[in-house]
Ligand binder design. Structure first.
Ligand SMILES: NC(=O)c1ccc[n+]([C@@H]2O[C@H](COP(=O)([O-])OP(=O)(O)OC[C@H]3O[C@@H](n4cnc5c(N)ncnc54)[C@H](OP(=O)(O)O)[C@@H]3O)[C@@H](O)[C@H]2O)c1
Length: 312
């Protein structure tokens, strides 16, 4: 049984007053529900970072119906563009001195091969590189918040059991060659990167609590690309009927957002820095590659090198 198995957001989340929160991909799915859970506990402000302004504004309108007094602000962010990530970080830093909770939630899954503006395979570029840059640019704020008396800073990175599908070697270093690799292996590589990145964050910045979580399986827009195929669409529909009965599956985002909300709000002493958690609050080692400290260090250094190539 995991520590958070009985996690009930309404009663278990403490007072979040004075906390500043940023959730990527907050306009839909698990990100939106995470904001709904947090907004009910009086945070100072929540930044809903998203690439689609209309969806973000609609989401904020929905969220305000649930928590009318909550301060929820749209932060434009497209993780497929380093310029957009930089602009989001600068906008955030121009408005806030502190950042207490960063939920790197946005993601894409099983998309056809395409590349981000800087030439990374779309899933790796969105899920890993965009979040790596965003986190690096926000680190000064995160570190200064952590150094405050009672500073308790969290970085929650969304990964997936899909990381087990990573190809031989784990990470696809050659982003162009990734075109010849199946989309699920590419997703696996990107989600493995989320776990390895988290481990390095914990090692390099122990004053911040960084964890990675698998949310469970929840049919959301994430499955849109899977549903382009008629037979897979039927499969996903049938699967959706079964989800309430399968372990580790949730029928909707209310269940699906529990693990990340738990990680963002549970008393710090209940978390292990760098740990990967299954829903809800259950420690997991993850795949062999996920436990490879050398691979984690290599990924960090490689990612930094990539940022440098682009002037970041
Ligand atoms: N649902 C599951 O079963 C499951 C299982 C394991 C892991 N996860 C992980 O959970 C996270 C959330 O997934 P979800 O199920 O909530 O999916 P979702 O409903 O599709 O939401 C994904 C969010 O990411 C945003 N996003 C995608 N590309 C972006 C970009 N380039 N820049 C900024 N935002 C971007 C989307 O924005 P738009 O609305 O503009 O596209 C959306 O807000 C993902 O990291 C996913 O890998 C989910």
């Amino acid at each position: 049984m995991g520590a958070g198995n009985k996690f009930v957001p309404a009663s278990d989340i403490g007072d979040l007053s004075r906390k500043v929160v940023l959730v990527t991909g907050g306009n839909a799915g698990l990100g939106k529900q995470t904001i709904a859970y947090l907004a009910a506990h009086n945070p100072s402000r929540i930044y809903l970072a998203a690439r689609t302004e209309s969806k973000a504004k609609n989401a904020i309108a929905d969220l305000k119906k649930l928590s009318p007094d909550a301060e929820i602000e749209y932060l434009p962010l497209d993780l497929t563009s380093f310029a957009s990530v930089k602009s989001a970080a600068e906008t955030f830093k121009s408005k806030e001195k502190c950042l207490d909770i960063l939920v790197n939630n946005a993601g894409v899954m099983a998309t056809p091969y395409s590349t981000t503006q800087e030439g990374y395979e779309n899933q790796f570029g969105t899920n890993h590189m965009g979040h790596f840059l965003l986190t690096k640019l926000l680190l000064p704020t995160l570190l200064s918040t952590a150094s405050e008396p009672d500073g308790d800073v969290r970085i929650v990175n969304l990964t997936s059991m899909g990381h087990y599908m990573a190809p031989k070697g784990g990470i696809l270093w050659d982003q162009k060659a990734a075109e010849g690799v199946s989309t699920w292996r590419r997703y696996g590589s990107a989600k493995l990167a989320n776990i390895l990145f988290t481990k390095q964050l914990a090692e390099r910045y122990p004053q911040i609590t960084s964890v990675s979580i698998h949310p469970g399986v929840i049919i959301t827009d994430l499955y849109a690309s899977v549903q382009l195929n008629f037979f897979l669409r039927i499969g996903v529909w049938l699967y959706g009927l079964l989800t309430p009965f399968l372990p580790g599956h949730f029928k909707d985002t209310k269940g699906g957002a529990l693990n990340q909300t738990w990680a963002a709000t549970v008393p710090k002493a209940q978390l292990k820095n760098g740990q990967f958690y299954m829903p809800v609050g259950t420690e997991s080692k993850g795949s062999g590659y996920a436990q490879d400290e050398g691979l984690a260090k290599k990924l960090w250094e490689w990612s930094e090198g990539e940022l440098e190539k682009h002037g970041y």
